[in-house]
Design a protein around this ligand. Structure first.
Ligand SMILES: *[C@@H]1O[C@H](CO)[C@@H](O)[C@H](O)[C@H]1NC(C)=O
Ligand SMILES: *[C@@H]1O[C@H](CO)[C@@H](O)[C@H](O)[C@H]1NC(C)=O
Ligand SMILES: *[C@@H]1O[C@H](CO)[C@@H](O)[C@H](O)[C@H]1NC(C)=O
Ligand SMILES: *[C@@H]1O[C@H](CO)[C@@H](O)[C@H](O)[C@H]1NC(C)=O
Length: 344
């Protein structure tokens, strides 16, 4: 049982102010206070507690409001829709920043002191096989392996992978050569999209967007912007679409590496193979091994389904015709275009 009269003196203390005139309001307040307090609270403490509650509530509301205002400001200052013009933000501030330390993944040949930076969707599987082969061609052949047919899951070499450029530098001789194979960002995006989002649509790998390229670009862009401000996230889509400068500690490794442009057909592929073999030549890789690497890299893609390539053509056409899609891709990969010398 409570005694309402007991409280009155306290209410009239300076603590609670004499100005409170509405007795009914006080009574309601105490009922409220009682209801949320435990039974054994000393009477004297109820009033400060009530004041505290009010102050805390006001402060809480104030903070929530401040948070909303600051989020609104952040959103005003950034490009919410990567497909739109976003005239409220200078163009250079809508770009996904370069050289974020996202993932470092290398495969190495200790025999020749060559390392290769592995970027998803850029020759990472066959590149792994090439270095595996030159490191120990006899073991590779004796296991009935061939470079062009290696798959990542069943790969022959697993022990020659390193998780940081620092560790590559420590483990190979100081004159080692690092190779970074890069790919035209448009080409890499389309390739990733048709494979991960269209071909495996049923697996829902693309942030719930299905085969909707515009939805995917919006979501993936926001994810990269948030990652660059907060912390990295590694879903399959994130890793396959992350900017190439986000890999292999390129902030430090790029200007110490041989950069080679990837191509999977025609003259450009021959140039790519020549550039790789130039590095191998410098590292004294034997002629026989070089020949084998050239043969294997010159093989066409094993299975080239017509369905796959028509889909690809459809998306290429969509990209060519739709300015907003191209602009979104440029915003995501601007620094890949810039640092690797691809035309926008
Ligand atoms: C964008 O460009 C303006 C003017 O050219 C420059 O002052 C600003 O620092 C740039 N912002 C970024 C993020 O590069
Ligand atoms: C490689 O193939 C040969 C002939 O087909 C076979 O005799 C041998 O057992 C195979 N070796 C391995 C390691 O699979
Ligand atoms: C690489 O970049 C670093 C810093 O950006 C610079 O100090 C160094 O001289 C560059 N090295 C080469 C070989 O360009
Ligand atoms: C390659 O071989 C030549 C001649 O034997 C030698 O001078 C050079 O140092 C070797 N290069 C490397 C990277 O081992």
């Amino acid at each position: 049982m409570t005694y309402p009269k007991d409280r009155e003196p306290l209410l009239r203390d300076s603590d609670c102010g004499n100005e409170i005139e509405n007795e009914k309001w006080q009574h309601e307040l105490f009922k409220f206070s009682d209801a949320i307090s435990f039974i054994h609270i000393k009477r004297e403490r109820i009033c400060p507690r009530a004041v505290f509650l009010i102050v805390a509530t006001i402060l809480g509301l104030f903070l929530v409001d401040q948070y909303r205002i600051s989020m609104r400001r952040t959103e005003l200052e950034e490009c919410n829709d990567v497909l739109a013009e976003c005239e409220n933000v200078p163009f250079n501030e809508t770009l996904v920043p370069p050289f974020y330390n996202y993932l470092e993944d290398f495969t190495v040949s200790r025999r020749y002191d060559i390392s290769l930076c592995l970027i998803p969707k850029v020759m990472s599987t066959i590149g792994t096989a090439v270095l595996c082969y030159i490191d120990d061609p006899h073991a590779f052949s004796n296991a009935n392996r061939s470079i062009a047919h290696e798959t990542y899951d069943g790969r022959f070499c697993e022990g020659n992978e390193m998780k940081s450029f620092a560790s590559v530098s420590r483990n190979l001789h100081s004159d080692f050569e690092n190779v970074i194979v890069v790919r035209d960002p448009f080409d890499r995006f389309i390739s990733g999209f048709t494979e991960k989002c269209v071909k495996y649509e049923g697996l829902d790998l693309c942030h719930g967007c299905g085969v909707d390229i515009r939805c995917f670009l919006r979501k993936q862009y926001r994810r990269f912007m948030r990652m660059s401000m907060l912390f990295p996230v590694y879903t399959l889509a994130d890793t396959h679409f992350a900017p190439q400068t986000w890999f292999c500690d390129m902030k430090n490794s790029l200007n110490k590496s041989k950069v080679i442009k990837y191509a999977n057909r025609g003259e450009e592929r021959d140039q790519m193979i020549d550039s790789i073999l130039e590095v191998f030549e410098r590292r004294n890789v034997t002629m026989e091994e070089q020949g084998e690497v050239r043969n294997e890299l010159s093989k066409g893609k094993t299975i080239h389904s017509t369905r796959g390539s028509t889909i690809r053509l459809d998306y290429e056409k969509m990209m060519k015709e739709d300015v907003s899609i191209r602009r979104a891709i440029v915003r995501m990969y601007y620094y890949d275009f810039l640092y690797f010398g691809y035309k926008i």
